[in-house]
Design a binder for this molecule. Structure first.
Ligand code: ADP
Ligand code: GN1
Ligand code: MG
Length: 355
């Protein structure tokens, strides 16, 4: 925590910090909740520079996207105070602070009177979440995509993720490949399916848009009183992408009857009721901007993100847990198995997943 105090001296306008505690359940950055002597709360984050080496570019994206959302919300006459993240500047006027050890830190205002969830509260709340992520895309539909830096190239290019996975199997850095043959085969059998969205894009059926790319339930803040979404957060991966993947990532996390890392696979399945609630909200939030072809591909997006995420977890397990933060031995393998079990259930339910 001393490290945090040291960092905060470069953000002197926030005042004297009286409390710092670890915060949130993200897998990537290191997040702290800071309380100051005036009772103000802030979110202090050490940005994971292994994953985001271009921090200046990343923060330019965040600044541009949040400015766009804030301006639109104000124009629509809605409450702009909590609609998006607000970045505090350093004493030098920068969007982040680089410390002598190379650590890069940023400070956001804590979005007041909000909570985040790792589990869906109710079908209605999940539907509202779909609406919020759909609306997020609608708000960014006229954002000049060329202005965005590509912070992680090919982030949701599933066929390329597959090639990376195969290289990890080959390299077998942690000596684990022989213990996960079943999972490796499961993924290899779906190599053809992995091309679906890239092919649709190449054929002009799936446009590139400015998307969030990490639409997990805990990347949205809900109003503590009403339970309704107020703010989409974790904007690090806002880049050109496919609408259907934003839909899919929310589904694989929120419409799973079990947690993302559930070990008892008999508890893992797609909750079709939640799925359709989310879809309804997403369509409403997106409005007319979503094309009929995109709409038809939404169920593929759900399967694709579940498959890709499972493959990424398994890749990291094979690599020796170098990407996602883990909290126990074999954690990435548990996460991977859970995603693959969820995908298998989705495959059984394809007919019922049409929207
Ligand atoms: P990660 O990339 O590690 O997922 P996030 O930016 O999503 O990091 O932050 C982790 C968690 O911290 C979020 O899931 C949320 O619970 C909480 N959080 C982040 N920023 C804010 C904020 N400005 N106000 C309130 N809570 C926040
Ligand atoms: C990471 O940062 P967080 O925890 O919201 C990851 C997502 C994965 C997700 C799986 C930058 O999201 O892509 O889908 O874990 N973010 C990055 O839970 O890789
Ligand atoms: Mg997050």
């Amino acid at each position: 925590m001393n490290e945090c105090m040291e960092v905060l001296t470069h953000f002197s306008e926030v005042g004297k910090a009286t409390g710092v505690e670890p915060f949130g359940n993200g897998h990537i950055n290191t997040t702290y909740l800071v309380t100051t002597e005036t009772g103000c709360r802030l979110v202090l984050q050490r940005i994971n520079t292994n994953i985001f080496p271009e921090v200046a570019a990343l923060m330019e994206n965040v600044a541009a996207v949040t400015a766009h959302i804030r301006a639109k919300t104000q124009r629509d006459g809605k409450d702009a105070a909590r609609c998006t993240l607000h970045t505090r500047k350093t004493d030098d006027g920068a969007l982040f602070c680089r410390m002598p050890d190379g650590g890069c830190w940023r400070v956001y205002d804590y979005v007041v009177d909000t909570v985040s969830h790792d589990k869906v509260d109710s079908p209605a709340a999940f539907e509202a979440c779909g609406e919020a992520f759909g609306y997020f895309q609608q708000q960014l539909a006229d954002f000049p995509a060329a202005q965005l830096h590509t912070v992680i190239p090919n982030f949701h290019n599933t066929p390329l993720r597959y090639e990376t996975f195969l290289r990890s199997v080959e390299r077998d850095a942690a000596g684990r490949a022989s213990t996960v043959q079943r999972e490796i085969e499961f993924l290899c059998e779906r190599a053809e399916f992995m091309q679906t969205l890239e092919r649709a894009h190449a054929e002009g059926r799936l446009p590139l848009r400015v998307t969030h790319n990490d639409t997990k339930l805990n990347n949205i803040l809900f109003d503590a009183a009403s339970g309704l979404p107020v703010c989409v957060i974790d904007l690090d991966t806002v880049m050109p992408g496919y609408s259907v993947n934003d839909f899919g990532d929310s589904i694989r996390f929120g419409a799973n009857t079990a947690a993302e890392d559930e070990r008892d696979l008999s508890r893992v399945s797609l909750d079709l009721n939640l799925y359709h609630h989310y879809a309804r909200g997403f369509l409403r939030g997106f409005g007319d901007a979503l094309t009929p072809e995109e709409r038809a591909l939404l169920p593929i997006g759900a399967r694709m993100m579940t498959l890709e995420c499972g493959m990424r977890f398994l890749t990291d397990h094979l690599d020796g847990d170098v990407y996602f933060r883990i909290h126990r031995e074999g954690h990435n393998l548990d996460r991977a198995r859970c995603q693959l079990a969820l995908l298998a259930d989705m495959e059984r339910k394809v007919d019922e997943m049409r929207v």
